[in-house]
Design a protein around this ligand. Structure first.
Ligand SMILES: Cc1cc2nc3c(=O)[nH]c(=O)nc-3n(C[C@H](O)[C@H](O)[C@H](O)COP(=O)(O)O)c2cc1C
Length: 335
């Protein structure tokens, strides 16, 4: 039987299948089921910067008004930097998660403004997280903000968090940078140990009858994988960081493609929301079977075999291939 063991962020994982940050990770019992079904690690749902700020503001104003009414034992709470209801709940969940499963548990912080995170990154480390994933979600809508400033903000944020914790850090990137390879290298230079490609932005929809903008959440399909495959294949070997694919991983074939591109792990959220947690067992079994039937001893035998540095043919991944595709489409139409 082929060995599914892989490494990610300096951790040894029994499988490259990782559950990505999503509501299925709210329940400790689900985490146990994920591990039993073959997950190699889990990324918990995110603690959002706004959540941290809101609960902190809420508590401070409450404390200001009610200090004298509080029992003596609770009066020191305001001095405890770790006290925070929303964030406190997250830390408690993380602590319990670590006790419930043997697989690595990766915590997730979601935001863009630096100061609140740094402190929570430290608390997350103290609560036992094996690693921290930073989902930097910033939509540059102000016309005066330049691309260079946005990139610098990301880099500064990573540097701040790196200086606060010892655990490995992964950055969940979005695909909208003009120079992904350059920004990836800068993030790694600032202390990131891994890059997660790519975040999906939830695009609000327009309700034309009510002339309203409504939130909309579409789950992914495997078609979203290609953008990730291309960029992971281009980055593998060019950045000194582990790589994870998130977005469009639904089947064992998707996992195999991700590994061949050069990913250390393939993450799943939509596929598990659609098919249930036990889908992990199906994908894991199919992956094992495929590796065995192709006489591969280990996932390491295929990792990166289609990456840019391995195939040495950048044209297949770059603009030249676009021209080939156009030419093929045209000749198909003409015949
Ligand atoms: C319902 C839902 C909730 C999510 N919540 C988070 C979150 O809290 N933090 C985060 O970084 N990503 C979150 N994601 C994004 C997923 O982790 C994942 O990156 C994305 O869905 C792409 O993977 P998929 O194609 O396997 O769904 C969420 C996704 C879904 C579908």
């Amino acid at each position: 039987m082929a060995d599914l063991t892989t490494t990610y962020l300096g951790l040894t994982l029994k499988s490259p299948l990782v559950v990505s940050s999503c509501p299925l990770t709210y329940e400790t019992d689900n985490l146990r089921r994920m591990e039993a079904a073959g997950a190699g690690a889990v990324v918990l749902y995110s603690l959002f910067e706004e959540q941290i700020e809101l609960s902190e503001m809420g508590y401070s104003s409450y404390y200001g008004q009610h200090r004298e009414e509080l029992p003596e034992a609770l009066r020191h709470i305001a001095q405890m930097p770790e006290y925070n209801q929303g964030a406190g709940g997250y830390l408690a969940h993380l602590y319990q998660a670590k006790r419930a499963v043997n697989m690595p548990v990766i915590a997730s912080l979601n935001g863009y403004y630096s100061s609140g995170w740094t402190r929570y990154a430290r608390l997350i480390e103290a609560a036992g997280a094996d690693a921290l994933e930073l989902n930097i979600y910033y939509l540059a809508t102000k016309p005066q903000i330049t691309a260079a400033e946005v990139e610098q903000m990301y880099v500064d944020l990573v540097r701040d968090v790196r200086q606060s914790v010892r655990i490995p850090i992964a950055i969940k990137l979005n695909p909208y940078f003009s120079a992904i390879t350059n920004v990836s290298r800068r993030l790694v230079g600032a202390g990131a140990n891994g890059l997660v490609l790519f975040n999906r932005f939830y695009q609000p929809d327009f309700d034309i009858e009510n002339r309203a903008i409504e939130p909309s959440l579409d789950l992914s399909t495997s078609s979203e994988l290609r953008l990730r495959l291309r960029w992971v294949a281009l980055l593998a070997g060019q950045v000194k960081a582990d790589l994870a694919i998130t977005g469009g991983v639904h089947t064992a074939v998707d996992v195999i493609k991700s590994l061949m591109a050069g990913a250390n792990v393939a993450m799943m959220a939509s596929a598990l929301i659609i098919n249930g947690i036990d889908h992990l067992a199906t994908v894991s079994g199919d992956l094992q079977q495929w590796l065995d039937s192709h006489a591969y001893a280990s996932v390491k035998d295929i990792q990166g075999c289609l990456s840019h540095v391995q195939i040495g043919d950048s044209a297949a991944l770059e603009r030249a291939n676009y021209l080939n595709v156009l030419r093929t489409a045209r000749s198909q139409k003409d015949s």
